[in-house]
Design a protein around this ligand. Structure first.
Ligand code: ATP
Ligand code: MG
Length: 258
């Protein structure tokens, strides 16, 4: 089931450097929220605080609260590995496990979760590849390496891998930036289908993409180089693009930035 994300007072550091400052926002379940803003304003950092990946970076530290429905992901006793299973992530560059077959790329996380029966694995692998709109292209070569696919196919394989373990939230960090326009459209269509089952957050530098895929858009910005990134505003995507509340948002989306 898709879950609501409720962030309050969240700051993240790399050692003594504060990368994002005091962010609060709500992400509605079963919707797509786009994160936009200039390079270095902390979009990726913030995204990684939503599944406890930030703390994997040496010196990475988080203050504040991230509620997933009624569970604080940073509560004492919460296992970060379980969090990462619940909140899946797709990265900017498709990163299939290079030596593994297409099938094993999708099955790896399931096996880690203790699913061993071949029949059950087959069923979930097929369902996940269908869910990622990749099944028809790969069903006759499931035992070939994932690295032999095109970039767009590899990214859909990574999406299949992420959804196979049935996360509740799917975080995507510029998932189309390495893809051609046709693969990009395929991923955007897929996001439209997946949002019924998952709460989706997508970081993108492509304004048209944000406008096409998201219901809500969050604009992040830096007051100055070296300052931490801040959330400037979050609102319905239509409103952010037509009539934002803050001048900096308008300057950014109309390209009059910096
Ligand atoms: N591993 C790291 N160690 C130290 N500082 C980092 C690390 N990763 C990011 N930062 C710093 O944190 C700040 C935010 O970076 P982040 O990658 O989150 O920005 P971004 O908005 O995703 O940028 P882009 O649009 O270029 O991807 C930057 O000042 C960056 O230099
Ligand atoms: Mg980034």
């Amino acid at each position: 089931m898709a879950k609501r994300i409720d962030v309050s007072g969240l700051s993240a550091y790399y050692g003594s450097h504060k990368a994002i400052d005091d962010i609060s926002m709500t992400v509605e379940p079963g919707s797509v929220t786009a994160f936009i803003g200039p390079s270095g304003c902390g979009k990726s950092t913030f995204l990684r605080t939503l599944n406890r990946m930030h703390e994997v970076t040496p010196g990475g530290r988080v203050e504040g609260k991230v509620m997933l429905d009624d569970e604080n992901l940073y509560g004492s006793g919460v296992d970060p590995v379980t969090v990462r299973r619940t909140v899946g992530m797709v990265f900017q560059r498709p990163n299939p496990f290079p030596t593994m077959s297409i099938y094993d790329n999708v099955a790896a996380g399931l096996r880690l979760n203790g699913i061993r029966r071949k029949g059950e694995l087959d069923t979930i692998v097929e369902k996940s590849l269908k869910g990622a709109n990749l099944w028809n292209e790969v069903k006759d070569r499931l035992n070939k390496p994932g690295s032999g696919l095109s970039g767009g196919q590899q990214q859909r394989l990574c999406i299949a891998r992420a959804i196979a373990v049935e996360p509740e939230v799917l975080l995507m960090d510029e998932p189309c930036s390495a893809l051609d326009p046709i693969s990009t459209l395929a991923i955007e269509d897929l996001i439209g289908e997946l949002k019924e089952r998952f709460t989706i957050v997508i970081v993108t530098h492509n304004m048209q993409q944000a406008a096409r895929v998201s219901e809500r858009t969050a604009f992040f910005n830096l007051a100055a180089v070296g300052q931490p990134g801040k959330l400037i505003e979050i609102d319905d995507t239509e409103r952010i693009f037509a009539n934002p509340s803050v001048q900096a948002t308008e300057d950014y989306i109309s390209g009059r930035f910096g």
